[in-house]
Write a protein that binds this ligand. Structure first.
Ligand code: NAG
Ligand code: NAG
Ligand code: NAG
Ligand code: NAG
Length: 418
């Protein structure tokens, strides 16, 4: 019944597709016509498994209702890498329509999947066992011996013989280890060092921001790593003049809390939030795309995206030609130097310290000294106990930051007196 309704509704969409694309199929566009599978479809896009499906001429997609998909997401503990594995296991590299499914030779068959072809699968773990069960039921299970047939055929959603078949099944096909076998093992610092981003690698390690990146890796992380030349370029800021809180914010600004590989960057419309975005400031980046040429615009300056170092859903790392300088820290008109000497020697009067001081918060850009900037933050005199105490709180609230800087300056001043 339902499949008959579907077959009446779909040809319109389909003929439009066939007329306007040279691609065999676009699974995302086809599933857009079926709101029942909206959650499944959204994860096909987030994990980019849709591109793998589209690249195969012969595929059977086992799709899940929103309820079954929610259970899958929960079982995977929201891990995109785990969900990606599950979606690949539901993508059979053979054409199965209802008659074929209900009348398997000898009542059972093993079929390969996208998961098997990725090379992640040990042995035949990436195969799916389809078996004709009693009462005309068709069961789906992982190929591992003893797997239960928890998933069964519900209905045919779409048939495009003999290229693409879309079948709804009741549940995901799962085996022990499907989700946790692939927690990202990418070693960010090692990858960055190899890609000519040693300064950046050392900065994220010494500042502790590496841990923030790693925590984000299960949910999706896009990292823009400036190469070593970027730190020496004329106009690069003197990082040793940043407080450790500002340095943390600057490094967080170089990452997005989502998976956006280079090919998807130019499709972004409008400013994108970064890991630094918070109530304290927008800290956004705009993308200016021109074919393969993608640039990031911070509002202070532009930086070209050079090469992709890692593209492993849900994580991607790209190198950029310049440091990304947020307006919140480096923007606006060049600020007049308030005091020529080290700030620590000038005691700040109490009322001024409490007043919001956005102008003095901005850092001036100047030619960076040839000394390796990565060592500077650790030796900077501003790194007092008070400064160290709550780097995160300082990064989260703009107002108290001026205050914090004032406190640390005063502390240094007191120290000097004693
Ligand atoms: C279906 O797949 C065959 C190859 O198996 C290919 O030649 C044909 O173009 C495909 N048809 C459609 C409509 O994509
Ligand atoms: C597939 O269709 C979606 C719309 O559902 C569209 O956003 C996407 O660009 C299409 N992909 C290709 C490769 O044409
Ligand atoms: C599928 O699983 C069932 C139950 O474990 C098993 O009897 C059958 O041989 C399997 N099918 C194939 C083709 O391996
Ligand atoms: C990652 O690589 C760095 C070298 O860049 C190494 O020092 C570190 O031990 C590695 N971490 C892990 C967990 O392997």
């Amino acid at each position: 019944m339902a499949s008959k309704v579907a077959s009446i509704l779909i040809p319109i969409l389909l003929s439009a597709l066939l007329l306007h694309t040279t691609q065999a199929h676009n699974i995302t566009a086809i599933l857009d016509g079926f709101p029942d599978y909206a959650l499944y479809n959204s994860y096909l896009s987030k994990t980019k498994v849709c591109d793998e499906i589209n690249a195969h001429e012969t595929v059977t997609c086992l799709v899940l209702s929103d309820a079954a998909m929610s259970s899958l997401v929960t079982a995977a503990k929201q891990s995109l890498a785990g969900i990606k594995n599950a979606l690949r296991l539901l993508s059979l590299l053979d054409y199965f329509d209802p008659p074929k499914l209900h009348d398997l030779p000898s009542g059972t068959t093993l079929t390969t999947t996208l998961y098997q072809t990725t090379g992640n699968a040990a042995g035949n773990l990436g195969f799916v066992n389809i078996t004709n069960l009693r009462g005309g039921k068709v069961g789906f299970a992982a190929a591992a011996p003893g797997s239960k047939f928890d998933a069964s055929y519900v209905k045919s959603v779409r048939e495009m013989p003999f290229n693409l078949s879309i079948i709804e099944i009741s549940d995901a096909v799962i085996f022990p280890g499907l989700f946790d076998a692939t927690a990202s093992t990418a070693n960010i610092t090692a990858l960055l060092e190899k890609a000519g981003c040693k300064t950046f690698a050392s900065l994220i390690a010494s500042s502790g921001v590496l841990k923030i990146y790693q925590t984000q890796m299960d949910k999706g992380l896009t990292l823009f790593a400036p190469n070593d030349d970027a730190f020496q370029a004329p106009g690069a800021p003197d990082l040793s003049s940043l407080s450790s809180a500002d340095l943390v914010t600057l490094l967080q600004y170089h990452a997005l809390p989502q998976y956006t590989p280079k090919s998807s960057l130019s499709a972004e419309s409008g400013p994108i939030q970064t890991l630094a975005s918070s109530a304290a400031g927008k800290y956004e980046i705009s993308v200016a795309g021109n074919g393969d040429d993608v640039s990031l615009d911070t509002g202070v300056g532009k930086s070209r995206v050079a090469s992709t170092v890692l593209d492993d859903t849900p994580n991607t790392i790209m190198t950029v030609d310049s440091l990304l300088l947020p307006v919140e820290l480096f923007g606006g008109a060049p600020t007049p130097a308030p005091a020529p000497g080290p700030a620590a020697l000038v005691p700040v009067p109490a009322p001024a310290a409490l007043a919001p001081a956005p102008a003095t918060k901005k850092h001036r850009l100047h030619h960076s000294p040839p000394a390796p900037p990565m060592e500077a933050p650790a030796e900077a005199p501003a790194k007092t106990a008070a400064d160290k105490a709550d780097v995160k709180a300082a990064a989260a609230v703009a107002g108290p930051m001026g205050l914090l800087a004032a406190i640390s300056s005063s502390l240094v001043f007191v120290n000097l007196l004693m």
